[in-house]
Design a binder for this molecule. Sequence first.
Ligand code: IPM
Ligand code: MN
Length: 364
Amino acid sequence: MENYHNIAVLPGDLNGITVTDAALKVVKAAENKLTRPIQHTRFDYNADYFIKHDMKELGQKELDELKKYDQIFLGAIGDPGKIKPGILEVGILLKLRQAFDQYVNLRPVILPDGVPSVIVGKTAKDINFEICRENSEGLYVDAGWIEKKGTDEEAGYQIMKCTYKGVKRLAEFALKRAVERKKADKPVMHFVFKTNVLVYAASPWQRVFEEYKNRTDIDVRYMHIDNFLMQMLINPKQFDVVLTENMFGDIATDAGAIIQGGIGTAVSGNINPTGSFPSMFEPIHGTAPDKWYGADGKYDASLIQQVKPEAAFLSYAMLLEQVGEVKAAEAIKNAALENVRNPQYKEKTLDQLTDAACNYVKEA
Ligand code: IPM
Ligand code: MN
């Protein structure tokens, strides 16, 4: 083990760069709470890089470079003014998740104490669960074909690949998580899929569920994804740890972000539990508009001040938890939540929020 944490930083584009810079300031403020110092190395894998090198996806050179690091911190990618939406998402984000076998996308749905939920009457006691999104297969394996393109009979097919090994290793991770969380005396684990319709892809899900369902130490249940989304809104308290297919998890966690205080507070850990490759931590990306260019398409520094950096702070805190830096993680997490709880939160500028978090961390 090195005597420092070796962290690769991928700020990405636009807001991604903004929130990464803010997060690194807060991490710096937490320096004295670390057991080992952190060394950050920045990589500009973003729209400009892809254009300059005429790339469609990260190549072996970039992957070989990144795999040397303990963990990766990612801001956000995509700059529609420069590159067609979808290219960087697939060529960087999905590429890294797959190449580094980050097979769990851990997305907590936890409403912080004192933050109002959009669900009237629900408080922190009601919304406290984690979604383990399968992150290496499912509908996002990039397989399919198009028939009779351009004719009236055009048909597009997209493959949802679910494997026994894939579901099993996700279930193992979720189980461990459920035990560690200690939400209730008996942890609850929900398998979420759509076994009534997607009968082929459901086969491994059902098989793994059967293996788990009679455990006595844990309450193992099954729910269809459509029902799950509804239950998440009317009775979120019943959930503890949920595991689901890649696309179902993608959709469910955007909804989850909204009920836990907004997309600006939602974090995501792309985890390789074996440690054979680095894991990657990033804010959850929903529909956050970029805050670099005004309506006239010109760069506008004052707009950037509207960006909320808390999801990046919380993502970095999750990274720190992963490497065992509990004290620093806790301080950064609390600093972010303190910001979100502030009644004037919406009106605060990016710099004010970053400074407040730095001060909080220093005094913690
Ligand atoms: C997310 C995003 C990505 C995903 C996109 C950008 C590829 O929506 O992290 O949830 O679908 O996984
Ligand atoms: Mn998403």
